[in-house]
Design a protein around this ligand. Structure first.
Ligand code: SF4
Length: 211
């Protein structure tokens, strides 16, 4: 599978301290997307599902892991691998939140076993393209056309409480690919951030900001 980043602890994309997984490859090309560097299906990010799981399992042995947030890119472009991964992740936590640019209806219409398996095994799906003009800083949603679908009833209370109390915050991680900014960003954030980082002597390359 193609996985560009694994970051921990993610505290701005779902309840608790989560492991964030960024899969790469996306065909939607939404205007204003905050991760355009993950649109390509870049083979340099290839790693087996088992290797990814070993990394995540290792993290979960050392740190509190309250759940997973899988984003990208569009994770459903790699439905078969995603399906395998999700089944394994449930050994650590079933609180699995997945972002996709497809709507749930579009996913169901694919009539694909791996896609259906993911839908059956995750706790939450946040669906739909990002529409910049509809970015209202809604919690967990890049734009307000997207739906937060709690697919596993066992997580209804946890997410309803989170959604009624949490605020949209941004976390910045210093990674080997440069600074990665995580969270629901306001429109124009990229220009704003580029200006700020330029002032402190960094510049943006394909993968992120570099000194
Ligand atoms: S679906 Fe998500 S990753 Fe893909 S282009 Fe749209 S906002 Fe970007």
């Amino acid at each position: 599978m193609l996985v560009a980043r694994i970051l921990y602890p993610i505290e701005v994309l779902g309840p608790g301290k989560r492991i964030g997984i960024w899969m790469c490859g996306c065909k939607h090309r939404c205007k204003g997307c905050s991760n355009p560097e993950l649109w390509e299906f870049d083979d340099k990010y290839r790693i087996s599902v088992n290797e990814v799981f070993q990394i995540l399992y290792g993290l979960s042995r050392k740190h509190q892991v309250d759940g997973f947030t899988i984003t990208g890119g569009d994770p459903f472009e790699q439905a078969e691998e995603l399906s395998e991964l999700v089944e394994k992740l449930k050994l650590i936590s079933s609180d699995i939140l997945v972002y996709t640019g497809y709507t749930l209806k579009e996913l169901e219409e694919k009539n694909n076993q791996s896609v259906n398996n993911v839908i059956q095994n995750i706790a939450v799906l946040i669906d739909g393209r990002y529409i910049e003009e509809r970015n209202t800083n809604a919690i967990l949603r890049g734009s307000d056309n997207q739906q937060i679908l709690i697919l596993n009833d066992a997580y209804k209370d946890k997410y309803q409480e989170y959604l009624s109390t949490a605020a949209n915050l941004i976390q910045n991680f210093n990674t080997s690919d440069g600074i990665v900014s995580v969270g629901i960003h306001k429109p124009g954030f990229m220009d704003e951030l580029n200006n700020k980082v330029r002032k402190i002597g960094l510049h943006r390359e394909e993968e992120g900001w570099k000194a």
